[in-house]
Design a binder for this molecule. Structure first.
Ligand SMILES: C[S@@+](CC[C@H](N)C(=O)[O-])C[C@H]1O[C@@H](n2cnc3c(N)ncnc32)[C@H](O)[C@@H]1O
Length: 734
């Protein structure tokens, strides 16, 4: 095609499509000197040109429309001559909220401008983040020959030594045969691992600004250039949050039993919207008749007629059949539409999350006022509707969603209770099935057979608590030659810092490039794109069933599950739901693991493709920490976790660039091969009660090629990678 003057960038996507259409039948494409290909390229150019023209036409007609509207507004202003009012209370409230939101200018602003003075974290020069996350660094290599950092060669590489001298094993027995000990006693060794490029797909949370957002739960401390949310009206103590009906407790508006919404207008009219517990909604327009004492009672029909005449004359409405009744009906429909979109769900006690008590009682019909009755949607209906519209037949999970219990979203399946609170808006708790442990969806090969665990892969001769023994056990040998945990059950500082460093600067550590990347292969697009790279990571190896130690052994932390008081809460900063701790946590504390359905990457790709709502797939994480150990992974071995339908609290952990409170570490428990492992979250520093728990997803906010657009980051970190700072990028691209 180059000879025809068609550049490769143009040819490639068309060729991919063609291959799909022709079911990879090259002969058909090659025929007549690639005529089919040339035709397809020209066709695609024509379509593009037509689309451009269409866009142009639309823009023109929109401009004309806008002009019309402006003219109409001008006429309206002249006609009504409403004296200028001071800003209305509700509007002011909203504006304050908007100010509190990280606006585009906030997140994209210069870090040096109007920053709240912040405590500067101690930084090592090397640790100062540049703007490029791991995936970014990977995408920089796109199309080039795979390159490994730190002199790591291609996949043929066997053992490499990382920064801290830990040897990383690249070739690994798949666990199908019992593993031989690879390292002698006392030898410093880390099992082969790499920080995964998390295959998280992202959805933008719906930001609903509510005038009821009166309480500011404690978020992660802002260390950035983003203005804090200005709604500091009350501090929530952990106890009050878990105490049943917290949604009304600190909410003066709800307590006062105000209507749902009101647009006050002291001068002429007042528009109220209220709804009753029996499901009626009332929109009422109250006229201020002060100064007009002789106002006679007009009947509704003549009022409507007068209004129609006025509209036709003054508002330049050209439709002679214009009807006020229709206009009001439209208004009701608009209201019902918006209500349906944000109807709060019922909590465990069968009530909607916005308390019924905040809805004013009202008569079912009011003379002379606009009144349209309609049962308020309840959550169950909502769910059913969602399910009905869903065309995804990938998994039962798609069609059955579980209503969360806000008092304990884990429904008693964890050893602690995990409550959910929303003090910010009326958004419903998401419906999903809470599972405390991973479950295989269908094709993933996860084999827990004891026969696969060799003697060298467990400490069968140990007794009691391995940590109290004078020598390191076989399991510890696999975690860098020493126990990963302290006697207090915390990850040792050295290992923790190593993992944090790896996450912050993956390109400084080892990146592995697959010969044929399962992620790319799962797209099944005919041409498999080159691997974008996977980071080499450190694993923790915990003792397990075949070990001689007991259940209380200090080398069993993650498998004991969540032990800390956690809470799911609505973040005030527009990130949707988030997870926070209700107790102070020391550095290195285990918080939870990322739990979801275990899927093959091919299954995940298929699931997302077939889903009618691709945005909801915000929850997949790749289990690629050891992909470098294999020359070629089979589809059923290239796994990921999807917490969209089945998951635990970790599905609520939001992203924070660089200085997140959590770091994820791969943990081997049952499987000596690392196709399947646990992804566990540990604190990166001391975390105070009520601080938000976050982790760095490793997103490349500039990756235009990612199938699902990354969200606009509202992490609030001063190192936010979503802030476009060209200098930082340049510095990184040496
Ligand atoms: C794993 S979920 C986290 C829980 C999510 N906030 C919720 O409400 O379910 C990931 C999604 O949360 C939102 N999110 C997470 N971190 C964010 C951030 N720093 N800024 C904006 N949105 C964020 C994005 O919509 C992302 O796709």
């Amino acid at each position: 095609m180059r000879e025809l003057g068609i550049p490769e960038e143009k040819t490639k996507p068309v060729l991919k499509n063609l291959l799909k259409i022709y079911e990879k039948n090259w002969e058909l494409i090659e025929e007549e000197n690639y005529r089919a290909l040339a035709d397809a390229i020209f066709d695609s150019e024509e379509t593009e040109a037509a689309e451009q023209k269409k866009k142009h036409d639309i823009a023109e007609s929109e401009a004309a429309e806008q002009k019309k509207k402006l003219e109409l507004m001008k006429v309206l202003e002249e006609e009504t001559q409403i004296p200028e009012e001071p800003e209305r209370p509700l509007k002011r409230l909203r504006l304050r909220h908007q100010e509190g939101q990280p606006s585009p200018s906030c997140t994209n602003s210069n870090p040096n401008s109007s920053i709240t003075p912040l405590k500067k974290p101690k930084l090592e020069i090397d640790d100062i983040p540049y703007a490029i996350p791991k995936s970014q660094s990977q995408s920089r290599n796109k199309g080039k020959q795979p390159v490994l950092d730190n002199n790591v060669g291609h996949e043929a590489q066997t053992d490499v030594t990382n920064e801290s001298g830990i040897r990383l094993r690249h070739k690994r027995d798949k666990g199908k045969e019992p593993l031989l000990p690879q390292i002698g006693n006392g030898e410093k060794r880390s099992v082969s691992d790499r920080p995964s490029s998390h295959g998280v797909r992202f959805k933008e949370p719906k930001i609903k600004q509510s005038p009821l957002a009166l309480i500011k739960p404690k978020d992660e401390p802002l260390t950035d250039d983003t203005s804090p949310v200005v709604a500091p009206l009350a501090v929530i103590r952990p106890e009050s949050l878990t105490n049943g009906d917290s949604s009304t407790k600190n909410d003066p508006v709800k307590e006062a039993g105000q209507p749902l919404a009101r647009v006050p207008d002291e001068s002429t009219a007042k528009l109220d919207i209220a709804s009753s517990s029996s499901g009626e909604i009332k929109i009422s327009l109250t006229c201020n008749s002060v100064g007009k004492p002789n106002l006679s009672n007009k009947d509704v029909d003549s009022l409507l007629k007068t209004m129609e005449d006025k509209c036709l004359k003054s508002y330049k409405i050209t439709d002679p059949n214009f009807s006020m009744k229709k206009l009001m009906k439209d208004m009701c429909e608009c209201l019902l539409d918006t209500k349906t979109a944000s109807t709060p769900p019922k909590n465990s006690s069968g009530r909607c999350c916005a308390s019924d008590s905040d809805i004013k009682d009202m008569p079912s019909n009011t003379n002379g006022s606009v009144n349209e009755s309609q049962p308020e949607d309840d959550c169950e209906n909502d769910e059913q509707n969602d399910e009905n519209t869903e065309s995804n037949n990938q998994s039962n999970a798609d069609v059955t969603r579980s209503t969360p219990d806000v008092d304990d979203i884990a429904k008693g399946q964890e050893s602690v209770v995990i409550s959910l609170v929303n003090e910010v808006n009326n958004e419903c708790p998401p419906s999903f099935h809470y599972i405390p442990q991973n479950v295989v969806f269908q094709n993933a090969y996860v084999n827990f057979s004891l026969a696969r665990i060799s003697d060298d892969n467990c400490c069968s001769t140990c007794f009691g608590d391995c940590l109290t023994s004078s020598s390191v056990c076989a399991c510890a040998l696999q975690s860098g030659g020493e126990f990963a945990y302290t006697k207090e059950g915390l990850v040792k500082e050295k290992l923790l810092d190593e993992c944090i460093k790896m996450n912050r600067n993956p390109q400084k550590h080892c990146l592995f490039y697959c010969k044929e990347c399962p992620l790319e292969r799962s797209k099944n697009e005919g041409i498999t794109e080159p691997c974008k790279g996977h980071s080499v990571r450190s694993f923790i190896k915990e003792c397990w069933l075949k070990c001689g130690c007991n259940k209380q052994c200090g080398n069993r932390v993650v498998q004991r599950g969540i032990q800390r008081k956690l809470q799911v809460f609505m973040t005030p900063g527009g990130k949707g739901w988030g997870l926070r701790t209700l107790e102070d946590l020391p550095k290195g504390a285990f918080v939870c693991e990322y739990v979801g359905e275990v899927l093959t990457n091919a299954e995940l790709y298929d699931r997302v493709q077939k889903s009618s709502n691709k945005d909801e797939h915000a929850y997949p994480v790749n289990l690629d920490a050891d992909w470098g150990a294999e020359s070629e992974l089979k589809d059923e071995e290239a796994l990921c976790l999807d917490a969209t339908y089945y998951g635990n609290v970790a599905r609520f952990i939001n992203h924070r660039c660089w200085d997140s409170t959590l770091v994820e570490i791969p943990v081997e428990v049952e499987n000596p091969d690392h196709h399947y492992y646990h992804l566990a979250f540990f604190t990166t520093r001391k975390v105070k009660a009520l601080e938000e728990l976050t982790w760095d997803y490793g997103i490349d906010f500039d990756d235009e090629t990612h199938p699902v657009k990354a969200f606009r980051c509202r992490c609030g970190s001063r190192f936010c990678r979503n802030n476009k700072r060209p200098n930082r990028h340049r510095r990184r691209r040496f």
